[in-house]
Design a protein around this ligand. Structure first.
Ligand code: B1M
Length: 218
């Protein structure tokens, strides 16, 4: 594999060179590098470096934003390829980043992987209220509500989503999945959500499993 090219993608992402990142990702695709490797070893590895530097105040919000834009440009090239494996809709999911939280890169990756597994996705964007998650699930007949949170100050909204779903009487029909850096398995259990997964790929596998088990249960 052309690791030099993947490093170049990572470095240009860190510098926020969106157009260059897009071109390099296309080049990597043309060279036959697996989309998954381009995503993980090029784009995500660059974003992780930025994340670490953000933590230690070596870079600030503007740098992170331009890197995020470059990430999204690169992902845009990979999107049709990652979705290629998709077959007939396995089920329907509404996904969003919870209220008060504007981080959407991870959520967008999860969405991509869902689509790649053939799930139909309603993307509610960021800053999504518990009511919106629940009303969308009802109105659009979603089998799964998928919540992403990146902040310790917003992860509590997920518990509200579980409560709202109970109040609306849909808790036995709709599964609630959670993910994002501050949450884990123990938190998932604590708030009464159904499934926690640590990354986008395992989220997609779990979502397909949930849709199949719901179908089997009638
Ligand atoms: Co923010 N930010 N940020 N930020 N930011 C973090 C999250 C932080 C950890 C940085 C740090 O201090 N080290 C920190 C949170 C601390 C905490 O709460 N413990 C933080 C902070 C504090 C903030 C602000 C408050 C900063 C400020 O203004 N003072 C502010 C909050 C704004 C708001 O949301 N209201 C803020 C703002 C921003 C930007 C706007 C500049 C930008 C977001 C741009 C965007 O998303 N469009 C940003 C970014 C980019 C980051 C970091 C650097 C990177 C996040 C990211 O996109 N990672 C982040 C530091 C870090 O993570 N290292 C940080 C890549 C992405 C692919 O990973 O989202 O974790 P992630 O998704 C993963 C998994 O978590 C999982 O799958 C994905 C990969 O496979 N996953 C799921 C995610 N959702 C899932 C759902 C699932 C399953 C899996 O099922 C439903």
């Amino acid at each position: 594999m052309n690791t030099e090219l993947l490093n170049e993608i990572s470095e240009n992402l860190q510098r926020g060179k969106a157009k260059v990142v897009k071109e390099l990702v296309q080049k990597a695709v043309d060279e036959g590098i697996e989309p998954d490797a381009i995503l993980k070893e090029g784009l995500l590895s660059g974003m992780n470096v930025i994340g670490e530097k953000f933590k230690t105040n070596e870079v600030y919000v503007p740098e992170v934003l331009v890197a995020a834009r470059a990430m999204n440009m690169g992902v845009g090239v990979l999107k049709p390829l990652l979705a290629e494996a998709g077959v007939k809709a396995e089920g329907k999911v509404c996904i969003g980043t919870v209220q008060g939280d504007l981080h959407d890169i991870g959520k967008n990756l999860v969405k991509l992987m869902f689509e790649g597994k053939g799930l139909e996705v309603v993307d509610l964007g960021t800053d999504v209220s518990p009511d919106t998650f629940v009303q969308t699930a009802i109105e659009q007949n979603c089998q799964i509500i998928a919540c992403s949170a990146l902040l310790t100050t917003t992860m509590g909204v997920m518990e509200e989503v579980v409560k709202k779903a109970e109040e609306a009487g849909i808790r036995d029909k709709v599964k609630i999945m959670i993910g994002g850096a501050p949450v884990d398995e123990a938190y998932c259990k604590k708030i009464g959500a159904d499934v926690y997964t640590p990354d986008a790929a395992s989220a997609a596998d779990a979502a397909v499993e949930l849709c199949r088990s719901l179908k089997a249960a009638g």
